[in-house]
Write a protein that binds this ligand. Structure first.
Ligand code: SAM
Ligand code: SF4
Length: 326
């Protein structure tokens, strides 16, 4: 078992397959020219499988593939196939643009649940936010995944003055569709122009929802990152991931492996532990994993508190989100 000094058992690994992406979301990818990692620096499919097998032998029960965009990696299908052989719940966070090419493969791999990111229901705004023209394809694929029986969670990063006017429209989507919308409070990462003024909080989102609907809270399950709600009679639900205003680090079970094989014990950790180089030298990486998690801070990577108005984002030390794997 992988346990930190606060007795939190870590059994959930999020693996970034690549820092490359076919979208350019402004809040995720730095504005200035971003150089993608060279292929030689990335874990190969074999290395990724080897590292994952070590984590599984240490008690990991759930693996999420992310990125960058995991499905732009040419051998994504091969990797999904390899990981599907482990006794874990395998899942994926994706921008949805390529899901139609992977539907059968994902079903064959036993994937049941998908997180798809969509920040607006307006095609022009999608273009402005992602700098790419993939709105229709994303929407079509969200519908396709629902039709094909996947449990679909829709991730929407809420930013003041940009898409906060669409919160009610997103909740309205859950009326007839079995969709689970997750509003994510805007988080600071290197190069993403974060400002506390752009954050719309959990409390603000729920108040707004209550002005339009009867809203019932749903019970929190262990390790939940989302505070969940339902509008009675709706087919789907909505939730808020309140990292900035009310963190959920108390029973955190998550670890993150970057595409270049570095282990981060928290989304906001400054430090990371290289697992790939030791693996390439034939060394045992188990102790490195234990030591990395043992160093985990109690909350938010030790970098800030929920008094988020006071954060000076220029002082945070981290990668950009696209290079971490959200
Ligand atoms: N490309 C995939 C996608 O977009 O779903 C997976 C990677 S993306 C980094 C994972 C999630 O992180 C997405 O839902 C994205 O919206 C979210 N994300 C990225 N930057 C963020 C930020 N600054 N604050 C909050 N969420 C963010
Ligand atoms: Fe790409 Fe996802 Fe980041 Fe958007 S949020 S740039 S889709 S990795």
């Amino acid at each position: 078992m992988i346990i930190d000094k606060f007795n939190r058992i870590h059994n959930y690994l999020r693996i970034s397959l690549t820092d490359n992406c076919n979208l350019r979301c402004k809040y995720c990818m730095p504005e200035e020219d971003y150089a993608f990692m060279p292929k030689s620096q990335l874990m190969s499919a074999e290395e990724l499988e080897q590292i994952a097998s070590v984590f599984v032998s240490m008690g990991v029960e759930k693996i999420r593939l992310t990125g960058g965009e995991p499905l732009v990696r040419k051998d994504a299908g091969d990797i999904i196939g390899r990981l599907s052989k482990f006794p874990v719940k395998l899942t994926l966070t994706t921008n949805g643009t390529r899901l139609h090419e992977f539907t059968n493969l994902l079903q064959d791999a036993g994937v049941q649940s998908l997180n798809i990111s969509l920040d607006t229901l307006d095609a022009d705004k999608f273009m402005m936010l992602t700098r790419r023209d993939h709105f229709s394809r994303t929407m079509d694929n969200i519908h396709l995944m629902i039709e094909r029986g996947f449990h679909v969670k829709l991730n929407m990063v809420v930013m003041k003055g940009i898409n906060d006017n669409e919160i009610i429209d997103f909740i309205a989507l859950t009326k007839n569709l079995p969709l689970h919308v997750r509003f994510i409070e805007f988080m600071p990462f290197t190069g993403n122009q974060w400002d506390s003024d752009k954050v719309i909080t959990w409390q603000q989102i729920v108040s707004l929802a209550q002005e339009h609907y009867d809203v019932l809270p749903l019970e929190r399950e262990k390790h939940d990152t989302a505070k969940k709600y339902i509008v009675p009679g709706h087919a789907g639900t909505f939730a808020v991931i309140s990292t900035m205003s009310s963190h959920f680090c108390g029973d955190c079970n998550r670890m993150r492996l970057t595409a270049d094989g570095k282990l981060k014990n928290c989304l906001f950790s400054q430090s990371e532990v290289d697992l790939l180089s030791p693996l390439r030298h034939g060394l045992d990486i188990k102790q490195l994993i234990q030591d990395c998690i043992a160093q985990k801070y109690k909350s938010l990577g030790g970098q800030f508190t929920n008094d988020f108005e006071r954060i000076d984002a220029t002082h945070l030390q981290n990668r950009s989100m696209i290079a971490i794997g959200g």
